[in-house]
Design a protein around this ligand. Structure first.
Ligand code: GLC
Ligand code: CA
Length: 562
């Protein structure tokens, strides 16, 4: 289906003519070194002016995406959803939310991206569906003990009349992980109550997800991002073991944790790999697994998903020793799995890193957001300098790099969203003590003015701050020193420079120096300036003078002298 020719004409100003190298779409190993751009569809671009991002908006901006120089786009969920959790409550895994578009438009988007050599990764949410999913509605109707209920985790409650939840398990979003239904049974949801957990012990559930993977792979999807991959299998032996708190420090690292990262989950992903390998080239996959670091390689094994997100760096302070250690550990884990590393600074769940790096180390980000970003004050110049430096460092590492929409514009967290604008279930479910993740999900600014800074012809579903104008795509496009042009330059170089697995670290005080195979290196100065070695400066996040001094909080890439 074609869009009417008049659609989106007024959104033209952001357009930029950047020639793109067309990539080889048959390469089975593309994901090992890919730069993947994460799109949060509801906040990327709005084609019909209703305030919600959609596929026509995305199709319109394919030139922008291709012009960035990325290898793939990862689409966060665009499926029909009641939006209890920003689309991670999926009501139908094989359709497009009518507010976002149609399957025909999805096909059009894939074709447009493929034509420019950009691959497509979709988000698969296998731990839970949305409560509007046909299966869950059937389960509610069918009653206790039915095969319909056996697709989810329904149990009788404790107490004389079953009035207490079956266990002390808690939801990630606050409160009990169990909700009672009118006939008295309870169902499990590790996230919002609108996100009932599937029972992955049930073969019907396993078969259904194989069907879903094939559905999208048949449509040309190149890979899958697997949501909460560590959560699918639980210890459901009764009486249920106690698990009153979800936290990294109670998570077991031997495959026997009650709720997460259990050994059985790998059988599920071995099944998935068999399905993904039915395709030529095989479809790629990356696990979102919040497991003990020592267990991350398991998800990335060649007969499983292939990759797993490394979130370690996200937790590190801006410090050379911490960064180097974290990077070396991640590289080592990937090597152990025969996988390749994945680098992440931001995503739709995290406070944007340009803000994180401008706050004192150890800042309690929840409290900071509750103060609307005033306590402590954010040093934006410092945060942006470090964000640019960190991005260049990540893009220079072996493996694949994930870029979250808006970070290429140097966006900060929108920390002052008014309470009554919040959409994230975290806000309600935590009794208004945690603002949640909306500050990283505010619709992108494309132009300095207009009703929603060029996001669309109407408003934006989360309010955009006035300072978005300075970060608009059209503004940054025209500024050679902008963060947008820094990302473009780095991504273009990354595609040309030798991308082998090899990297070693040179010793340099208060800096990280990564020496890549093939004659180039990346140097990041943390707390103090550093003098660059000989070689052509290919790109730098801050100006390097004739004295070859790289200022503090900056990164440069150098070609080694011949
Ligand atoms: C993942 C998603 C997050 C979502 C959760 C539940 O962590 O990244 O946004 O809330 O899973 O699906
Ligand atoms: Ca729309």
């Amino acid at each position: 289906m074609r869009r009417p020719a008049s659609c989106c004409n007024r959104l033209r100003p952001y357009r930029v003519a950047v020639p793109t190298r067309v990539r080889d779409l048959t390469d089975p190993d593309w994901w090992r070194t890919a730069a993947v751009y994460q799109v949060y569809p509801r906040s990327f671009a709005d084609g019909n002016g209703d305030g919600i991002g959609d596929l026509t908006g995305l199709i319109d901006r394919v030139p922008y995406l291709a012009g960035l120089g990325i290898d793939a786009v990862w689409l966060s969920p665009f499926y029909p959803s009641a939006l209890a959790d920003g689309g991670y409550d999926v009501d139908d895994y094989t359709d497009v939310d009518p507010r976002i578009g149609t399957l025909e438009q999805f096909d059009e988007l894939v074709a447009a991206l493929h034509a420019r050599g950009v691959r497509v990764v979709v988000d698969i949410v296998p731990n839970h569906s949305g409560s509007g999913h046909r299966w869950f509605q059937e389960a509610l109707a069918a009653g206790a003990g039915s095969p319909e209920r056996a697709r989810y985790i329904f149990r009788d409650g404790l107490g004389e009349h079953g009035e207490q939840p079956p266990s002390d398990w808690v939801s990630h979003f606050g409160g009990s992980a169990w909700t009672r239904v009118p006939d008295g049974q309870w169902y499990l949801h590790l996230f919002a109550r609108e996100q009932p957990d599937f029972d992955w012990g049930n073969p019907e559930v396993r078969e259904e997800f194989h069907r879903i993977l094939r559905f999208w792979a048949d449509r040309g999807v190149d890979g899958f991002r697997v949501d909460v991959a560590h959560g699918l299998t639980k210890d459901l032996r009764e009486p249920f073991a106690s698990y009153p708190r979800i936290s990294r420090d109670v998570l077991k690292d031997d495959g026997t944790d009650v709720l997460f990262d259990r050994d059985e989950v790998h059988e599920v992903f071995r099944g998935w790999r068999t399905v993904l390998n039915e395709y030529d080239p095989p479809r790629a996959a990356v696990a979102e697994a919040w497991a003990a670091p020592s267990r991350l390689p398991l998800y990335a094994r060649p007969d499983e998903l292939g990759q797993t997100f490394e979130f370690d760096l996200v937790l590190e302070p801006w410090d050379a020793v911490a960064f180097r250690r974290s990077i070396e550990n991640s590289l080592e884990r990937a090597r152990a799995a025969g996988a390749s590393s994945t680098w992440v600074l931001s995503n739709h769940d995290l406070v944007r890193h340009a803000s994180r790096f401008g706050l004192p180390a150890g800042t309690d980000l929840t409290a900071w957001l509750m103060s609307h970003g005033t306590e402590p004050a954010e040093d934006r110049a410092l945060g942006l300098a470090r964000a640019r430096a960190a991005a260049l460092l990540l893009l220079a590492l072996p493996g694949s790099a994930y870029v979250y929409q808006g970070e290429e514009l140097g966006l900060f967290e929108v920390a002052d969203l008014p309470f009554d604008a919040l959409e994230d279930p975290i806000w309600e479910r935590n009794g208004h003590t945690d603002k949640g993740r909306d500050g990283a999900r505010v619709p992108l600014p494309w132009t300095p003015d207009g009703p929603s800074h060029g996001f669309g012809a109407g408003g934006a579903h989360l309010p955009q701050p006035g300072w978005f104008a300075e970060h608009a795509v059209s503004v940054e496009d025209a500024d050679p020193a902008s963060t947008l042009n820094l990302y473009r330059r780095a991504l273009a170089l990354r595609a040309e420079l030798p991308a082998g697995d090899g990297a070693r670290f040179a010793d340099r005080p208060d800096a990280v120096e990564v020496v890549r195979d093939g004659g180039w290196r990346c140097i990041t100065a943390f707390g103090a300036p550093t003098v660059l070695p000989e070689g052509e400066v290919l790109v730098s996040s801050a100006p390097v003078g004739d004295d070859r001094v790289l200022p503090a909080d900056a990164t440069a890439w150098l070609r080694d002298p011949a």
